[in-house]
Design a protein around this ligand. Structure first.
Ligand code: ARG
Length: 354
């Protein structure tokens, strides 16, 4: 007999090594707030179809809010059988309120739940990235206004071609970033469609009001085909692609500056806060910040490639291979956030000496 959420008809427990491979809680715990928000909204929709009483719903919502506080305060205790964030929250809910907790999962599957959690997470985190991209554009614009009289050689084939303004170079990169912001904006439309109510694959048999559920979770609409809804990871692939293309833009920007700050060019000096030195060669000031930005672009592309490879051979609807989607989504978010912040600092502080 096993204590898993799905363990009803199982008599022996899972192999230890498989247990480790299967466990995603240490990664998907980052979705705890979204998982709880989705569960609270779902509990309320179960009341509308008389599958929960008001009283049970109140108990569930109070319990879930307590669990959220435990996570917020770093007090949530992960147990051995907590396979992922969904099972962990439900296990804890049952400990806190007993039997009514088991009714929360009626008609819902982790398949529609996880897709919903990820869309909720991505929706809010896209805004953080967008603000940083806009900040980088703004700092670049300020610099190009301030430095408007600075002239430099423009290059093709890395050979001096025609004279241009330094601001022209600066803004060429800002325009690439602007197209990244446009792509991000466009993506939001597809992220903001709710999969909840698709069940495991064949929909929700209890006639819950999905439009109402979507309004409660602030989604613009609901997905139309339940099989597609639990299969779909396009929104993550798009996100990973957007991150990797922005990474490519940042990398080319960094490469230009790496060249410009070399002794041979001497056009710019990177601030000490964004460089490192050498103990053996005191004359050196290495542009590590820029090299790390250039290097990180590789990892961002790797994440996009990794998820597309995972998806390409999967049969219809949910397959466990897809569990790896969160690791790459979180990683690309953190990587892009970090290189944007560093880039903002670099451009704000560098000195021009052309
Ligand atoms: N932890 C799983 C994931 O992120 C949740 C979905 C599990 N679904 C299932 N049918 N086993 O992919």
């Amino acid at each position: 007999m096993t204590e898993k959420l799905w363990g009803g008809r199982f008599s022996t427990s899972v192999d230890d090594e498989l247990e480790k491979l299967n466990s995603s809680i240490n990664i998907d715990k980052e979705l705890y707030a979204e998982d709880i928000a989705g569960s609270i909204a779902y509990a309320k929709s179960l009341v509308s179809v008389n599958l929960l009483t008001e009283e049970e719903c109140a108990q569930i919502c109070n319990g879930l809010n307590r669990i959220k506080t435990e996570w917020d305060e770093g007090r949530f205790e992960i147990k051995k059988n907590d396979e992922d964030i969904h099972t962990a929250n439900e296990r804890r809910l049952k400990e806190l309120i007993g039997e009514p907790a088991t009714k929360l999962h009626v008609g819902r599957s982790r398949n529609d739940q996880v897709a919903t959690d990820m869309k909720l997470w991505l929706r809010s985190h896209l805004i953080d990235l967008e603000l940083l991209m806009l900040e980088l554009i703004k700092v670049t614009l300020e610099r190009s206004t301030k430095d408007i009289d600075v002239l430099m050689p423009g290059y093709t084939h890395l050979q001096q071609a025609q004279p241009v303004r330094w601001s022209h170079w600066l803004l060429s990169h800002a325009w690439s970033l602007k197209s990244d912001v446009d792509r991000l904006e466009d993506m939001k439309k597809r992220v903001n469609i709710m999969p909840l109510g698709s069940g495991a694959l064949a929909g929700n048999p209890f006639d819950i009001d999905r439009k109402q559920l979507a309004r409660a979770l602030d989604f613009a609409d609901v997905t139309q085909n339940s099989m597609q809804a639990v299969s779909d990871r396009d929104f993550i692939v798009e996100f990973l692609f957007m991150c990797s293309l922005t990474g490519v833009h940042m990398s080319r920007w960094a490469e230009d500056l790496i060249i410009f700050c070399s002794k041979e060019f001497g056009y710019v000096t990177i601030d000490e806060a964004y460089s490192t030195g050498s103990s053996l060669m005191p004359q050196k000031r290495n542009p590590d910040s820029l090299e790390l930005i250039r290097g990180t672009a590789g990892g961002l592309f790797g994440n996009c490639c990794s998820l597309m490879m995972t998806m390409k051979g999967l049969p219809s609807t949910y397959n466990k291979d897809m569990q790896g989607d969160k690791e790459v989504m979180f990683d690309s978010y953190h990587k892009l956030q970090s290189i944007l912040k560093v880039a903002i600092g670099v451009i704000r502080t560098l000195k021009v000496s052309i």
